[in-house]
Ligand binder design. Structure first.
Ligand code: FES
Length: 480
């Protein structure tokens, strides 16, 4: 279908698919300041203004936008002429990873157009549709109030910078005057059976404002080096790039917890126009690896295959599809027929230790680490002692002993984990990924892909939050 839009004051006539999201349409046309987050309207990183009103573009279809005026972050300021909100976000230190920044600035812009003198509560209300996982909300709220005051013609002082206002606990801060005191403790592995960590050094407090007058940077708040580009919504993240002829990959996930793949038929998916490749375990060499992006030797077993004839959890990989568009790849997934031979599932960690428990990792390639015991479903056993534990117990007023269970957690960075790969002009595989561990990606994937380290170049652009979640090598092999 064809739609007519005004984007940032420019009239556009676009050919689109009726079921495409406005988010995808805008990014496809180069508006990378519209960030791709949850696709469900929850995170707000794809916020744009529709006739001046903030909306999540991932939940809008072309018909919703036809005939309307859209504003993206690209339309409100330039490097030499920042919008007051962009300037205030930069100056107030309201940007950390920057993935939420365009959505926050546009939401604030809509507020200030109808309410030039908002209260802090009203600013918080206006920003509540945009989630931030790094900076929090204090600094963005300060930035909006600062911009509002300037737009009213006032000349307010900058909010007191973070480094001088955060209360500093006396035994946690760094004494800038004696940096060589008390070196950091070593963290040696002791044969894989335990981790001995020396007591953390006690570092003394620097008093706020105690940096020598002639120091321009250390001990003083600084404008983040890439704050302006992030405030402008410039392409900075892994997915802010579209290569000519790029294919889109999707993964078929297991709906069952534990099963052998008895049969898998991909012929219908392969025949779907626009599908370029469908892979199952039969198509890939069987190379065992660990997804844990940690230093070699990885503190965990090698127990993963890019694709396997067995699935071990709901969501495990079954097949990979590459197609001309995301929509075609998704349709192809629905055409793959899989016959599972169910195996008893392991649903409780205590049950998994029993003698007769089903064994998840019975593959011969499994490489144990330390006290791994695959026959009893034990991936690793790690003991961590900090300082002299026995002395600590002797001097303790109380000793509490218990068993603690924690739920599985997800870091929930606003930017999804995303990877784009291609062969460069020197026949090297380039992996552009939102990873936190580019060198581990290269080392881990070289054997999986049958390449030497030097044949792989990993590019890690700015990432939209990671918090450890992007230290796993989760999707790069599939894209490669
Ligand atoms: Fe807000 Fe990272 S700065 S999500």
């Amino acid at each position: 279908m064809q739609i007519r839009l005004t984007v940032n004051g420019e009239h556009k006539e676009l050919q689109v698919e009726p079921n495409e999201s406005l988010l995808r349409i805008l990014r496809r046309h180069g508006y990378f300041g519209v960030k791709h987050g949850c696709e469900t309207g929850d995170c707000g990183s794809c916020t744009i203004l529709l006739d001046g009103r903030p909306v999540t573009s991932c939940t809008l279809r072309p018909a919703d936008a036809d005939g309307h005026a859209l504003t993206t972050i690209e339309g409100i300021g330039t490097r030499s002429n920042l919008h007051p909100l962009q300037r205030a976000f930069v100056e107030a230190g309201a940007i950390q990873c920057g993935y939420c920044t365009p959505g926050m600035i546009l939401s604030a812009k809509a507020l200030l157009e109808t309410n030039p003198a908002p209260t802090e509560k009203e600013v918080r209300e206006a920003l509540k549709g945009v989630l931030c996982r790094c900076t929090g909300y204090v600094k963005p709220v300060q930035a909006v109030l600062l911009a509002a005051a300037r737009m009213r013609g006032e000349d307010p002082p900058l909010p007191t910078p973070c480094a001088e206002t955060i209360p500093i606990s006396p035994d946690r801060d760094i004494d800038l005057s004696s940096p060589q005191d008390e070196p950091l403790g070593e963290i040696p592995w002791n044969g894989g059976t335990g981790l001995a960590v020396q007591a953390p050094p006690r570092i003394r407090a620097a008093q706020p404002g105690s940096a020598p007058e002639h120091w321009r940077v250390v001990g003083r708040p600084e404008v983040k080096v890439d704050a302006i580009k992030l405030a402008l919504g410039k392409p900075a993240f892994a997915d802010d790039l579209e290569l000519r002829g790029m294919l889109h990959a999707k993964i078929l996930h297991s709906p069952v917890a534990h099963a052998k793949i008895k049969n898998i038929d991909v012929s219908k998916a392969q025949r779907l126009p626009g599908v370029r490749c469908v892979l199952t375990y039969r198509d890939l060499p069987r190379v065992v690896y660990s997804t844990a992006g940690q230093s070699d030797p990885i503190p965990g077993p090698l127990d993963t295959f890019s694709l396997d004839s067995k699935v071990r959890f709901v969501g495990d990989r079954v097949a990979l599809v590459a197609a001309d568009s995301v929509e075609i790849a998704e349709s192809a997934l629905r055409l793959i027929e899989v016959e599972y031979q169910p195996l008893p599932a392991v649903l409780d960690p205590r049950d998994s230790l029993k003698e007769d428990a089903p064994v998840l990792h019975d593959e011969s390639e499994y490489v144990p680490f330390g006290q791994s015991d695959p026959l009893h479903n034990i991936a690793a056993a790690i003991r961590i002692d900090i300082g002299d534990v026995e002395a600590g117990f002797r001097h303790a007023d109380f000793i509490f002993e218990d068993e603690y269970l924690v739920p599985k957690v997800q870091q929930a960075s606003i930017e999804p984990h995303v990877a784009i790969t291609w062969w460069d002009e020197d026949d090297r595989l380039v992996i552009r990924t939102s990873t936190q561990v580019p060198f581990h990606v290269r080392r881990i994937l070289a054997p999986v892909l049958g390449l030497q380290d030097k044949q792989i170049r990993v590019i890690k652009p700015r990432i939209g939050g990671g918090f450890g979640g992007k230290q796993e090598v989760l999707i790069e092999d599939a894209a490669a």
